[in-house]
Design a protein around this ligand. Sequence first.
Ligand code: SAM
Length: 234
Amino acid sequence: MESKIYAQLIAADDFGGSDRQSSTRRTFQGRPFDLAAGNKMLTTFSGRKPSQNEFELSSFICLLREYSVQSYLEVGSREGDTFYDVVSSLPIGSRAVALDLPGGMWGKSTTGNQLKKAVTALVAKGYQASYILGDSTADNVVGSILQMPRFDAILIDGDHRYEGAKKDWLNYAPHGSIIAFHDIVGHEQAEKVHGNKVEVPRLWAELKDQYGVVEFVDQGSAMGIGVILPLEIK
Ligand SMILES: C[S@@+](CC[C@H](N)C(=O)[O-])C[C@H]1O[C@@H](n2cnc3c(N)ncnc32)[C@H](O)[C@@H]1O
């Protein structure tokens, strides 16, 4: 895939070094290359319309590869499409956990089976992939995750309300090195079922000046991926 191109463009040093406290920020905007040919982001594992922007997700995956990520937690995985794309771009044997509450905010009650299929396909490819269906803020779920070894990278993409995203940050960030959020731009984007607004930008605004971060935001995008860089990856 195009990760090699991005790897040349965005080497690990360009992400601001390895000090999470350094408060550096790099924002990558737009599409520096035409990714149309052969880019696997144009299709999803489930076959549904991608819920990620191609440039943003490709760039995020490139960053994970640059940092040699071999364990990944996704909080809010829905059908597992992003989970599948990210994990299948990591070295075979990498450990990955998808966490989702089907029917939660920004979700659908029917997605659990599709998520299982994505996880099963990753296991068949040789990944140590698993899933947890439950509320990411529930004590038993938090406890299950914290009992696992730490994760090289965590993507927070579950409840997009301010309090929900903040709980996920507080519960899981201490258990990961690279911490990323989806939907760091796009104020006022309402969730269709309950009308809740995406409030991740508010949380991101509070966090981004405290840490070394990278932002991937495509031209005209109402989503964006923000990445808080690691103190260290073991
Ligand atoms: C925007 S979707 C995730 C999309 C997915 N990351 C992708 O890119 O393919 C948000 C998901 O988070 C789930 N969710 C919402 N609140 C949650 C919670 N408290 N715990 C776990 N999952 C939650 C929703 O059910 C939904 O499946």
